[in-house]
Ligand binder design. Structure first.
Ligand code: PFF
Ligand code: NA
Length: 449
């Protein structure tokens, strides 16, 4: 078969694909969200369930997304439509791609608000405003930020523009270039974080909180949160990895590539937890503090540390970088689709989408101030969109992709694309995407009703 190429471009090498996909995966999900949901759900048992979900459901589904994308070399909607048709199934499968694009837009709207907090904290650490801050003052400072829509809007706008500029430049001049510059910086973050985590006083307490499993404390809701987060953190269930896969070189092995991405993402999340919980415990703070956890604990810790102003600054810069590379990937599937469908220029498509996500983001930042009365099912807009996307849309998208890869697409395609080392591995993968992943997700859904 002759090799198809994406009209949007291709990654220069397998390594660039790994770095770009890792850039998408490693983000606020790891450093901001994972620690706070672990805190809210009691620690150990939650972490265990999360790790099981990554290994059993996340990795196989990521392989499915990459294979579908690379086979079709198009944006998710068109990839799913064409492969379904080639396999003698309904073109309606393309609808899964639409749900994914919607999820990307909704996620971006709250993601950008949190990224905005990070930008504010870059400035605050740089200016020394957080030096020697007490945990009460750090809490008050964060609440003050949330209560101030003008400042939030400014940062949300700046972040959206940063993302639009990169995506508009295209796969090679934009996404790939950003990857080459930002990912090495991210690995420095990993090392700084790690050294820092090891040196904190409460390291042991943090370790116990994260790894002592008491399964009796686990609710079905916590299992759903863990499952949903495993999709969110790996950027699965909405077509991002599928879009990135459509730019992947033919000669790269999908299995080992995906393992590398999953491994890096998991390591970053665990290290973030091990950096944040010790500080929480050694300062008598509440691990279940919610979304503000990182923004209150880290300033306190850095404020007390020798050289803390510098390291704190560095730290928030690097979280900002992680958020940036992830947010880029939230827009890519939709931009690719708009370009394919309407033969629009990429710049125009990106700006149009940018305006939509920016406007929705205003509702999210308003959740903390002028729109705090607006609720959906008892949650403010920010919490509602977070819950809806991570706990419902992504797992649903994930099951559908899994069923698609296992039951709909010709098995010959999967065998060719994945070219796993042995037949047994292929059978194992098929068994997981056909049965294990969809059934596990379905059970968790049903038990939550
Ligand atoms: N994986 C990102 C994180 O952990 O922060 C968030 C994300 C990016 C989710 C892209 C979904 C996505 F398509
Ligand atoms: Na992640």
């Amino acid at each position: 078969m002759q090799e198809k190429k994406s009209i949007h471009g291709s990654w220069a090498s397998r390594w660039i694909f790994i770095l770009a996909a890792t850039g998408s995966a490693v983000g606020l999900g790891n450093i901001w969200k994972f620690p706070y949901i672990t805190g809210e759900n009691g620690g150990g048992a939650f972490v265990l369930v999360y790790l099981v979900c990554i290994a059993l459901v996340g990795i196989p589904i990521m392989m499915a997304e990459v294979f579908v994308g690379r086979r079709a070399r198009q944006s998710p909607v068109n990839a799913l439509t064409d492969l379904a048709e080639e396999s003698g199934h309904s073109k309606k499968w393309g609808l899964v791609g639409f749900m994914g694009m919607l999820a990307g837009v909704l996620i971006f709207s709250f993601y950008s608000v949190v990224a905005g907090w990070v930008l504010q904290y870059i400035v605050s650490t740089a200016s020394g405003a957080l030096n020697n801050i007490s945990s009460d003052d750090a809490g008050a400072l964060f609440s003050g930020l949330l209560a101030d829509p003008t400042t939030l809007l400014m940062w949300h706008t700046i972040f959206t523009i940063m993302v639009v500029v990169v995506v508009a430049a295209g796969v090679n001049a934009g996404l790939e270039r950003a990857t080459r510059i930002m990912m090495p910086a991210l690995f420095v973050l990993l090392l700084v974080l790690f050294g820092y985590a090891m040196s904190t006083d409460g390291f042991e307490a943090g370790w116990h909180f994260m790894f002592d499993f008491d399964v009796s404390k686990l609710s079905w809701d916590a299992v759903l949160v863990a499952l949903g987060h495993s999709f969110f953190t790996l950027s699965l269930g909405m077509g991002t990895i599928m879009a990135y896969g459509s730019y992947m070189p033919k000669r790269a092995s999908i299995g080992s590539t995906v393992l590398a991405i999953g491994f890096l993402d998991t390591i970053v999340a665990l290290i973030a937890g091990l950096a944040i919980f010790p500080i929480i415990f050694s300062n008598g703070m509440d691990p279940a503090a919610g979304p503000g956890l990182m923004f209150i604990s880290l300033p306190v810790a850095f404020g007390q540390m020798a050289g803390g102003q510098f390291f704190g600054f560095l730290f928030f810069v690097l979280i900002g970088v992680a958020a940036w590379t992830s947010a880029i990937s939230l827009l890519e599937p939709t931009v690719a689709y708009l370009v394919e469908k309407f033969e629009m220029g990429r710049t125009k498509a990106t700006i149009a989408l940018g305006v939509v996500v920016w406007a929705l983001g205003i509702m999210c930042l308003g959740s903390f101030n002028f729109m705090s009365d607006v609720t959906f099912f008892g949650k403010n807009t920010f919490d509602f969109l977070d819950y809806l996307t991570a706990n419902i849309m992504l797992p649903l998208g994930g099951i559908l992709v899994s069923v698609f890869a296992g039951w709909v697409v010709k098995q010959k395609f999967a065998a060719e694309e994945l070219s796993l080392k042995s037949d047994a591995l292929l059978k194992l993968w098929l068994f997981v995407v056909k049965f294990v992943a969809p059934i596990a997700v379905a059970i968790v859904f049903v038990l939550n009703l």
